[in-house]
Design a protein around this ligand. Structure first.
Ligand SMILES: [Fe+2]
Ligand SMILES: [Fe+2]
Length: 142
């Protein structure tokens, strides 16, 4: 059975490198699981697990990608790291620990982060960094 997803993969997201693209697909799948949980008003444990999985994989992806840009000699590697840090900090802000316990983002806040930060990063900085690599760098593995 095909379940419609909130953040489906689109060809226009492709960076052109299989290693990066497959990690980006996984990020969207994990974002989707979190969106389903938040949208359905699931209990704390289910949302927390989905959120933790997205945070962990985002960190892993950013680290892997930073190694990739470094070894491929991307000129924007330093700036790129800074963008990753900002996006990760914004993801961290989607979960707030307050006086009365933990509060997670609304489905809209999550969609905003996924669409305007995560996906926007795929199609702006990630595509641009890949497009402007020195030629031999394009073959580098993560
Ligand atoms: Fe990326
Ligand atoms: Fe990136």
């Amino acid at each position: 059975m095909h379940t419609p997803t909130r953040f489906p993969w689109k060809d226009e997201y492709t960076v052109g490198n299989e290693f990066i693209d497959s990690q980006h697909r996984t990020l969207l799948e994990l974002s989707d699981l979190l969106h389903v949980a938040v949208n359905a008003g699931q209990g704390y444990r289910i949302i927390q697990n989905a959120y933790a999985a997205l945070v962990k994989y985002t960190q892993e992806h950013f680290q892997a990608e930073e190694r990739f840009w470094g070894s491929a000699k991307s000129k924007s590697a330093e700036q790129h790291r800074a963008v990753h840090r900002t996006i990760a900090a914004e993801l961290a802000d989607l979960r707030q620990e307050g006086e009365f316990g933990v509060v997670f983002c609304t489905p809209n806040e999550l969609s905003n982060w996924v669409e305007h930060r995560l996906i926007a990063h795929f199609i702006e900085e990630d595509q641009n960094a890949y497009r402007t690599l020195p030629r031999p760098g394009r073959k580098a593995k993560g």
